[in-house]
Design a binder for this molecule. Structure first.
Ligand SMILES: Cc1ncc(COP(=O)(O)O)c(C=O)c1O
Length: 386
């Protein structure tokens, strides 16, 4: 570690996922359930829109906020789908994925030492991004017994006079939990009572199975204190394009814009043009992908439960999150031995925060037949270790 690094940077732990997958990359015949992105390629009309944009010579910066047509497309989508209105001119910024939007939101609202409550298990970047933004991440666990729903009592117990914000995500990576309206109303009550900003990561909003996605900003009185984050990576199988957005009331969004314009300038132009096409013609493709994810979801959840690896039903995203207690191992050892002995890669739940201890993440963004084969290999594994 270089002595020149800033202390808050030197304090960041390397991602638990990266470490594990560096090892996986060196091995043959591995079935990976570790992947956190769609196995589908981007829908054809979206690819073509990206190519056409380049061929038209659209190789320049866009406005700092992003293409107005794209912002308008997104604000129309949010208004029509969730009944929340944003002004595309002053209440939306197009970002380099939700990753950038998260960083902007946290940096814009946290003063040094301010606390942000982060329910875990959660996406691996949340804690690190909070630290980089100068804040203090306060992890609060969610529990399998409760289908990983947010719980008002545990959240409330973590609130202190330094709490400025709460960072929630639904559907959730890695648990697949889709927050219920009732659970979110409880979060809303706390936010109101303690005057908190709510950063709501809704990147997987279209990937839900038989439940409604509840947009946090649509709850009574919540638009004013919510920074809504979303994007194209997961819904439209566009992870490599790097397009996301943040929407918030103008005065809040102005803070995000100040950081964005000096650090990023604008999201990639080609990718913005492709994203606009995804909004225009992507829906049938999303529906087909969701139907296929759902088929795989049913296979993997029933398969894991049959092996004694207790798995709550995930209602969103493309992850199953089994408890590995029946193997007698902790999640790190389970993932390591399963890889060594059966060549199946899963991600230890502790990579997603303290709430993930005892679990592993199995992504079903991989072919149905691969999941069948992975389950067979896991059956052999559990026969030896169960
Ligand atoms: C919950 C969640 N938020 C944000 C991200 C980052 O997404 P993006 O590709 O839009 O930067 C991910 C990626 O896995 C995620 O799972």
């Amino acid at each position: 570690m270089s002595k020149y690094l800033a202390k808050h940077v030197a304090s960041l732990k390397p991602s638990g996922i990266r470490k594990f997958f560096d090892i996986v990359a060196t091995m043959d015949d591995v079935i990976s359930l570790g992947i956190g992105e769609p196995d589908f390629t981007t829908p054809e009309p979206v690819l073509q829109a990206g190519i056409a944009s380049l061929q038209r010579g659209e190789t320049h910066y866009t406005s700092n906020s992003g293409r107005l047509e794209l912002r308008t497309g997104l604000t129309d989508y949010i208004a029509q789908t969730y009944g929340v209105s944003y002004d595309p001119v002053i209440e939306m910024v197009i970002t380099v994925g939700v990753s950038e939007a998260l960083y902007l939101a946290l940096s814009a609202v946290l003063d040094p030492g301010d606390e942000v409550i982060i329910p875990t298990p959660c996406f691996v970047s949340y804690q690190a991004e909070a630290i980089l933004a100068g804040g203090v991440p306060i992890e609060v666990p969610t529990f399998a017994e409760n289908d990983f729903q947010l719980q008002a009592d545990t959240l409330e117990a973590a609130i202190t006079p330094r709490t400025k914000a709460i960072l929630i995500s639904s559907p959730n990576n890695p648990t697949g939990a889709a927050a219920t309206r009732a659970a979110l109303l409880e979060v809303a009550r706390l936010a109101e009572q303690h005057d908190l900003v709510v950063i709501s990561d809704e990147l997987y909003d279209q990937l839900v199975y038989g439940v409604e996605h509840v947009c946090f900003a649509s709850l009574p009185e919540m638009r004013a204190r919510t920074i809504l984050l979303g994007g194209f990576s997961k819904n439209y199988a566009m992870t490599g394009w790097r397009v996301g957005f943040a929407a918030a009331p103008a005065a809040l969004l102005d803070g995000l814009m100040r950081i964005h314009q000096y650090t990023i300038m604008c999201a990639p132009t080609t990718a913005q043009d492709a994203a606009l096409e995804a909004l225009r013609s992507g829906r049938p493709y999303v529906e087909r992908m969701v139907a296929e994810y759902d088929r795989r979801r049913q296979l993997i959840v029933s398969g894991l439960n049959q092996l004694g690896l207790r798995t709550s039903e995930p209602h969103g995203a493309f992850y199953a999150f089994p408890n590995v207690g029946a193997s007698g191992m902790d999640e790190e050892r389970f993932a390591q031995l399963l890889l060594d002995e059966e060549r199946v890669a899963v991600v230890p739940g502790s990579a997603f925060g303290t709430g993930g201890a005892g679990f592993v993440r199995c992504s079903y963004a991989t072919a149905y037949e691969q999941i069948e084969e992975a389950l067979q290999r896991m059956e052999h594994f559990m026969r030896r270790h169960g």
